[in-house]
Design a protein. Structure first.
Length: 292
């Protein structure tokens, strides 16, 4: 099983009908390495959810959404636990899927080289990425990422790729997305869209869902057009909300939300390609269109 490690910085750092299409099958057919999804430990007790999670025709890569972050793996200094992450790795191994690991959060450019070198020494086979938000379009932050990667490569620091998170808003996909992915790839590193979701102000309407479909198509088409963009991960795949899981994720309502969006952006949601009933939305058809 290949492991892909990402460092997250919050500073400057076929044409098939959509009902039968298979996202990973389409992506791999175009030369991409995977189409994947994030997941989290509480969701693994939901049998219908897991059945689709294991559908490798749609998802050939899993990312633990939270269980491999520092607060989960080292809840107090010097005390380590990897049980949550191990459970998701076991789930991926069961289905023959890749695993992408995210370490949150890394600040300070001098520390980046130390961490990357340590990660390479610990696992020489792992792909090492820097993963960041708000670098989807060209601008000051994406330029800072270009300069950082150039500097790391000049110092001989191991860096294999750039992760573009792509937490986007309906109707606001940057027009320079494809050009930006291309400039990252031109650095001689892989590029991946790592946390894709496209949120809207609720309630969802036909017009918003239609725009969301176009937006998903635009994002996926941008990755398709850039040969160095090797894969796409959605940041969980369903808008589902339920009451049978741990209430700590939403203490106000005691509901567990599979997507992070409603908890982070009150009044917004419906960000995923499947709806709350695990049924594909127009957004799914947009992804299919981009990959077909």
């Amino acid at each position: 099983m290949q492991r892909i490690y990402y460092l997250a910085s919050i500073t400057a750092l076929l044409a098939l009908p959509s009902t039968h299409a298979q996202l990973n099958t389409l992506a791999v057919g175009l030369g991409k390495k995977y189409f994947g999804t994030a997941t989290d430990n509480p969701e693994l007790s939901d049998s219908p959810y897991v059945a689709q999670l294991e559908n490798t025709a749609d998802f050939h890569q899993l990312t633990p959404a939270n269980s491999m972050k520092w607060d989960a793996t080292e809840p107090s200094q010097g005390v380590f636990t990897f049980s949550g992450g191990d459970a998701i790795v076991a789930q991926a191994q069961k289905a023959g899927q890749l695993v992408r690991v995210a370490w949150d959060v890394l600040n300070g450019t001098s520390y980046i080289s130390t961490v990357l070198r340590a990660a390479r020494a610990a696992d020489p086979a792992a792909k090492l990425y820097i993963n960041d938000f708000n670098i989807e379009g060209m601008g000051a932050k994406s330029t800072a990422m270009v300069n950082l990667v150039k500097s790391l490569k000049a110092q001989g620091v191991p860096i294999d790729g750039i992760g573009v998170q792509a937490h986007l808003i309906v109707g606001e996909v940057p027009s320079t997305l494809q050009a930006n992915l291309a400039q990252f790839a031109a650095l001689g590193v892989e590029v991946a869209i790592t946390e894709l979701d496209i949120r809207m102000t609720l309630p969802a309407t036909d017009a918003l869902l239609a725009q969301q479909q176009r937006d998903y198509q635009t994002v996926v088409a941008a990755c398709r057009a850039v040969s160095g963009c090797i894969g796409i991960t959605v940041w969980d795949w369903t808008d589902k909300v339920c009451v049978f899981l741990e209430p700590k994720y939403d203490p106000n309502t005691e509901l567990y939300q599979y997507s992070w969006v409603p908890g982070a952006f009150p009044g917004q949601g419906a960000a995923c390609p499947w709806d709350a009933n695990l049924v594909t939305k127009p957004a799914y058809a947009g992804i299919v269109a981009a990959l077909s």
